[in-house]
Structures are given as C-alpha cells and as structure tokens.
Design a protein around this ligand. Structure first.
Ligand SMILES: O=C(O)CCC(=O)C(=O)O
Length: 325
C-alpha cells in the first residue's frame, strides 16, 4: 500500500505510524522466500536445534544488506519506502544507513526490552526535530504479529517529548533533578518502575504480515517477549536519512564492496537504487571516460547506458572517445 499523506501526518504528530499491508502479497511471498536462505523454518529448527547454536544462544538470526537474492534488496530500496522518506525529509537526496533482518524464535530467549530510543548507535549527536536532520527508522513485519508473538510497543511522542526536552536542557540548568534525568536518559531506556506513567501509554504494534512501522529516533519503543509456544517472528529494520549528514549512520557500504552480494546488487540495481547507497548519480562530475571504463570493468554486467548518456550530454567530445574505445 502506498504511504498516504494521512499516514505522514500521523507520524508527524505521534512519532510513529503503522502502514497496514504495505507489501503486496507477491512482494511478501518473495521476501519470505528470500529469508529462507538464511533462516530455518520453525519446524526445521525444532527438528534439529543443535544445528543452530547461534539461535540457541542468542535467540536470533540477523543478516544485513546487501542480501543474497533480490527480494530483500528490492524491499530495502522499495519505491514506496523512498517516496515516503522523501516526503518526510523534504529531499530526494536520500541515504540508506541500515537494512537488517532479524528472526526471533519462540522458547529460545527473553526478548523483553525496556522502552528506549535507538539514537545512541545511529548518530554521533542528539536527534533533531528539524526534518532536514532526521532519520527515518522503519520495521517491516514478515509474519502476522499478534499479542503473543512479541509485538513491538511504541509510545506516542505526545507522552514523551517532555523527557527529551528535559535531557537537552539539563546541562544548562544544572540542578539536581535535571541532571538526574540526564543521567537516566543518557542511556536512553526507561526503567518501568520510574516511568510507569509512560508505560501506561504504550501500544502494541499488532500487525498483519507485510505491514510497516515507521517511527523516529525520538520515539520510545521496545521489543517484547514472545509468549506463544511456537513459531518465529521475521522483521526487517531499515533506516534512511538525507544524504550528506555524515554524523548519522550505521556502517559504510563500501566496506561490503568486495562481497558477491554487493556485486550482484550493483549489477542489477537502477541508478536510483545505487544513489541510495551513495553511488555517484548519472551526470555527476565523478564520471569521466576513465571512471566509466573502470566501473564497467569492475561490474561487467552493469548497464552503463544512463551514465554514458549523461556524460555524452555533459562532454560530447569525451563521449566520442569512449565510443571509439
Ligand atoms: O524487535 C522489535 O520489535 C523492536 C526491537 C528494538 O526496538 C531494538 O532492539 O532496539
């Protein structure tokens, strides 16, 4: 489902929005099939748990973009995702900072968390409310999530923004109370015994498979215990920000440059999908006859046409040399 203006308005007011059935049935089917390359089914896990020591010790399978196969990479760079982020951040210049999927398994681990914010390992500074400097974190659910399946809980920013305000002003005021809040929130998770009034407002994200939770780095949320006796919960965590805001991030994509998954992604992606990783756009000054030839040699199956045509428009003489070569 396309993310509507009403969804975006709800997000602005509350710091989160749930988009029901965001993925089509076919996209969902393909994404789940793609995940099977990494994650055993519940039945496979139960039949031979000793084959999966990582799941037994941490309760989790995690894998990061770029993924083997195509569906999860396409979901990460889905047009409806980037279109919504463009409208939220007010720019077309976006940068993907994170795309990780998690599989959690019943009866393996206590997934219960305290309400928290995610900014500590996603930015070097403090979350800003200025849309130009925000990040847009999202969670896509690949299974139906009912009350017993470890739903994410979220709290509307209406009930928590005063806490962030206290944190950001605590240093100016230097009174005992503000400093105590600052210290409590510096590791931004809320102890239920001290913040019971915030917990009263938390809402479980009960969602159909294919639904999307869009939130902010200032939105308190938490993972919760899987109470169901069986099953797994597959979720995909994606974060975008505007390009050029280097204080926010997770990892540098070139670090994965030599991996076959990245080579496959680069060779089948559109220029727009590649831009989301920081790849120079067609028409960018980076492109010359020699960089074009170098990139084409590095990725033999990549369609260089958009880059070559943009260069021809910019520097017809150079393009002539390329054609002759
Ligand atoms: O898995 C979830 O539903 C949320 C997990 C989460 O918020 C976290 O690990 O930071």
């Amino acid at each position: 489902m396309h993310i509507t203006q009403e969804h975006l308005q709800f997000w602005r007011e509350h710091g989160y929005v749930i988009v029901d059935s965001f993925l089509s049935h076919e996209e969902l089917r393909q994404a789940r099939a793609n995940m099977e390359r990494y994650v055993p089914t519940w039945e496979e896990f139960c039949a031979a748990p000793e084959r999966y020591p990582r799941i037994r010790s941490s309760g989790m399978v995690k894998a990061e973009f770029p993924f083997v196969g195509t569906a999860l990479n396409d979901v990460t760079t889905h047009h409806d995702v980037t279109d919504a982020v463009e409208r939220l951040l007010g720019t077309r210049q976006l940068h993907l900072t994170q795309s990780i999927f998690w599989a959690k398994f019943a009866r393996t681990h206590d997934y219960e968390q305290e309400l928290h914010l995610d900014y500590q390992n996603n930015t070097l500074v403090f979350p800003s409310d200025d849309e130009r400097f925000q990040q847009v974190p999202m969670i896509l659910y690949y299974d139906d999530v009912a009350e017993g399946d470890g739903p994410t809980y979220v709290v509307s920013r209406k009930y928590t923004d005063h806490l962030l305000h206290e944190v950001s002003h605590a240093r100016d005021q230097v009174d005992e109370r503000s400093l105590a809040t600052f210290e409590r929130l510096n590791v931004p998770s809320l102890d239920p015994s001290q913040f019971a009034s915030v917990y009263e407002h938390e809402q479980p994200v009960i969602a159909k498979a294919g639904s999307l939770l869009v939130f902010t780095m200032s939105t308190f949320h938490r993972g919760s215990a899987i109470c169901a006796a069986s099953g797994r919960r597959l979720s995909h965590h994606i974060v975008y920000r505007a390009a050029g805001r280097e204080w926010m991030g997770w990892l540098a994509w070139p670090r994965r440059g030599a991996d076959p998954e990245m080579r496959d992604f680069v060779q089948r992606a559109t220029p727009r999908q590649l831009e989301l990783l920081g790849f120079p756009a067609a028409g960018h000054e980076y492109w010359t006859a020699s960089t074009l030839a170098g990139v084409a040699a590095r990725y033999p199956r990549m369609d260089m046409t958009p880059y070559r045509e943009a260069l021809e428009r910019r520097e017809p003489a150079v393009a002539g040399v390329i054609r002759e070569g």
